[in-house]
Structures are given as C-alpha cells and as structure tokens.
Design a protein around this ligand. Structure first.
Ligand code: ACO
Length: 423
C-alpha cells in the first residue's frame, strides 16, 4: 500500500481476501499522528469475525448452514435438527437427537413469575417488546448463565433459550388478545406445541393440522440463521462484553424489531392490499420504476439472484393455502412477481423476490396479526443467534466490540458555570 500523503509504501498481508484493519494502523502521516483507520458505516465491507456457521453466495443465490444447502434442510430436516446442526456444527446421531429433543421439550416451561410480569404489560403492548423484555428477564431467573466459560452452563442456557422462545412468543400473542396463557404441551413436537400455546381454548388437547405444522417448521428453518445480519451482529456485539446469553439474545430481538430488518413482510402485505387487484399492477410498477416507491419484498443487500428462501416459501404457501383457503392477495403477488421478473428495470438491477415477499401471506393465512410476524422470525432465528454467540465465546481472536469514530465536534472549549452563563 502506498500512502499518498508521505509517499511511503507498506506491505499489508492479504488473508482470505481481507486485510487486517490493525495492519494498516502502522500507516501514519507523521510519527505522532494516529494510524490509518477504516471508515465503514453499516459495516458494508468489513468482516468482524471468522465463522463456520452459515455460507451465503448472494450472486448465485446460495445459502448453506454448516455446509448443507438450505433447500435440502427445508425439505428433509426438522427445525430442531437444524437447530442442533447450527449449534453443534454437525448433524446429530439418533441418540444425540433424541437427547436434544428431550432436553428442549423439558425446558419449555417458564418460571410462574414470568407469566406475572408479562401480564403487567398494557393490553396493546407490541409482542416484540414483550418478547425482548421477557428474554432479557431470563438472565435474572438463571444467574448461572453468567458463567459463560463453563461449557455445561453454555449448553444449558442454549437449550433453555430455544425451548422457551415459543412459550414467550405465544404468551405475548395471547396477551394482545386478552386470552389466558396456555402452558406447553410436552407431548407435542416443538412447532405443534407452539401452535397449541397460540390457539388452544377449552379443548383438552390442541393438535394443529400436519400441513400447517410442517409449513411453520419449514419457515423456522428458513429463518434459523443468515450469517452476520444486523441482529446476529447485535448478539455478538453485546455478547463480546461477556454478558450472559439471554442479555445478548435480547439485543438480537431488539435489532430484529426494527423495520429495516424483521419488518418488511408486513410492508409487503400493506402494498398488496393497496394494489388491490391485478389490473392495478401495471400502474403500480410504473410508479416503482419512476422512483415514487419500492416494490416491497424485492431486492436484497446480499442476494443479487432469487433469494433461495423465497422459492421454498412459495412452496410452503401452497401447502398452507390448501388448509386455510387461498389468500386472495396471493394472485396479486404471483402476478406482480411475474411482471417484475420480466421487466428490464428489475432485471438490470438484479432485483428478485426476497424471503419476505411470500412469508407475510402465509402468516396472515395462519391468523397472525402483523405485529406477530417478527416474533415468528425471532423464534426461528434463536438457534442462529445462539450458534453465533457460542462461536464468539470460543473464538480466541474476539475482543470486546468497540469501533472507532471520526470525531467531528468541538475541542478544548473553556467551560463557564451556569450561574455565569445565565446571569
Ligand atoms: N423496488 C424498486 N427498486 C429497488 C428496490 C425495490 N424493492 N430495491 C432496490 N431498488 C433499486 C434502487 O432504487 C437502486 O436503483 P438505482 O441504481 O437506479 O438507484 C438499485 O435498485 C439498488 O438498490 P439499493 O437501495 O442500493 O440496494 P441495497 O442493497 O442498499 O438495498 C434493500 C437492499 C434495502 C433490501 C432494498 O432492495 C429494498 O429496499 N427492498 C425493499 C424492502 C425489502 O423487501 N426488505 C427486506 C429485505 S430481506 C430481510 O431483511 C429479511
């Protein structure tokens, strides 16, 4: 590298297609000047860790967890097996899987006091706010979680977190409806139990339709991890302080709450409703092309090809609509996709449907209000956050996350006490 200010040249090693930011710190305009740093708002071109969890090739539309393509996992695996894979790094043996399912099943209950404080939220509290608060409260119920150097403790907290997410998410849903909270039914599978906690009323047992259970399980798989996205980064950043995993995951829930991250599927529904019928699609597309608005659910920072998750979700939508009846907005969505994929504006910019284009339609068909969409995302994403956190705790290179800044404020002003300034 050549510093144009001084004309000096430096050797900066390139490893895995990256240079180390610390290596360019040796480049200085003068001996007593600060070393050269990198300015990268939004981390658009900065690798913050080495990771072996999730691989994405956005140009080719490839997504793999621990090397397994998402298409195969969505078709042939289950959410709990994928959770095991993400957390442990390998597929389980039969005995390991049975043990994992047993552990998760028997940690689905939460302390009764959690129910008490969830009931303290206002009737119209957003379920993501309730989820974030209840997840972070777990650190007070399990102070042993602070012992992050102990592998057994780390394992126990991971099991507890994955097990309790559906309970907390379902109770936030019931709260908004003024319905009694439903306790976990440990006879049921992970996803079937979640449906039971959501929808059970006076019947002694609630068993959802197999096709719905499978579709929701698939949606959880599709959302289980997505490498260094905003919420994974939040988990890692907070986790880098060596705080307990519940506090770190609560930060992830907070990041996901934001409309730029977890909220786009809701925007897709609003857009489809506004379009209203197929006849209005051409004028809507014209509006998008002239820059008046965006085609929500299209485009992605990483994927410049069909988001592989969108393709799978489209299939799951058909299964769900077989049970619930077709969401009339589906016809508009399909037609919109067809027209957009053939239109030069979208082709040239490599804009394809992303994971959110069809997921909102499914959630709506399952009778979820839009505020719950992100909660479903969070339940699916929990194993990914925990895998990222676990990897962080064992990575010798990781330090407390503490970025630099370019200071733009005043310096060394003379302070005048208020009594003199206001005199
Ligand atoms: N509709 C119309 N035009 C679009 C869209 C869209 N959805 N997305 C991008 N473009 C256009 C931009 O106007 C820009 O055009 P230009 O070169 O003529 O200025 C070009 O495509 C590049 O777009 P950028 O905004 O630079 O792409 P970026 O990577 O920053 O944005 C994003 C990605 C935010 C996802 C964007 O595509 C978008 O806003 N999509 C709609 C919202 C959405 O669906 N978000 C969900 C993402 S998936 C998830 O987070 C789980």
């Amino acid at each position: 590298m050549r510093d144009n200010r001084t004309g000096l040249e430096y050797d900066v090693p390139i490893t895995d297609g990256t240079i180390r930011a610390s290596d360019i710190g040796q480049i200085k305009a003068a001996d007593d000047a600060p070393g050269l740093a990198v300015y990268d708002p939004g981390f658009v071109n900065t690798a913050a860790c080495r990771s072996s969890i999730t691989y994405i090739d956005g140009d080719k539309g490839v997504l793999e967890y621990r090397g397994y393509p998402i298409e195969q996992l969505a078709e042939k695996s289950s959410f709990l097996e994928v959770a095991y894979l993400l957390v442990h790094g390998n597929l389980p043996s039969k005995a390991e899987f049975e043990q994992w399912v047993h552990e998760i099943t028997y940690h689905t209950f939460v302390h009764e006091n959690i129910k008490g404080f969830m009931q303290g939220f206002r009737y119209d509290a957003h379920p993501m706010g309730m989820l974030m608060a209840s997840v972070s409260s777990l650190s007070t119920f399990y102070p042993d979680a602070a012992n992050i150097a102990d592998p057994d403790s780390r394992h126990l907290q991971i099991v507890r977190m994955i097990a309790k997410m559906p309970t907390l998410g379902a109770w936030a849903f019931r709260h908004a409806q003024g319905k009694p909270y439903v306790y976990p039914d440990n006879d049921l599978s992970y996803t079937a139990n979640f449906l039971s906690m959501l929808f059970k009323m006076s019947e002694p047992k609630y068993v959802g339709d197999e096709r719905i259970i499978k579709a929701l399980d698939t949606l959880f798989i599709l959302h289980a991890d997505h490498e260094q996205n905003a919420s994974a980064n939040a988990v890692r950043s907070v986790g880098s302080t060596q705080v307990d995993p519940y506090s770190a995951v609560a930060a992830g829930v907070g990041a996901l709450y934001g409309p730029l991250h977890g909220g786009a599927n809701e925007a897709v529904l609003r857009m489809l409703r506004r379009i209203g019928s197929k006849e209005n699609i051409p004028s809507f597309i014209e509006g998008v092309k002239s820059g008046n608005e965006r085609l929500m659910g299209f485009g992605h920072r990483v994927y410049k090809n069909y988001d592989p998750r969108a393709r799978i979700i489209k299939g799951a939508a058909d299964d769900v609509f077989e049970v619930t009846g077709v969401n009339p907005l589906l016809e508009i969505a399909k037609e919109l996709e067809k027209i957009a994929l053939e239109d030069e504006y979208f082709v040239k910019r490599r804009l394809y449907p992303n994971v959110d284009f069809y997921s909102g339609l499914i959630y709506e068909a399952l009778a979820f209000p839009p505020e719950m969409f992100t909660v479903l995302f969070a339940i699916g994403r929990a194993p990914g956050w925990l895998a990222q956190w676990l990897e962080l705790t064992q990575d010798k290179e990781q330090k407390i996350a503490r970025p630099k800044q370019i200071y733009t404020g005043e310096r060394t002003l003379a302070f005048t006490p208020a009594s003199e300034r206001w005199a």
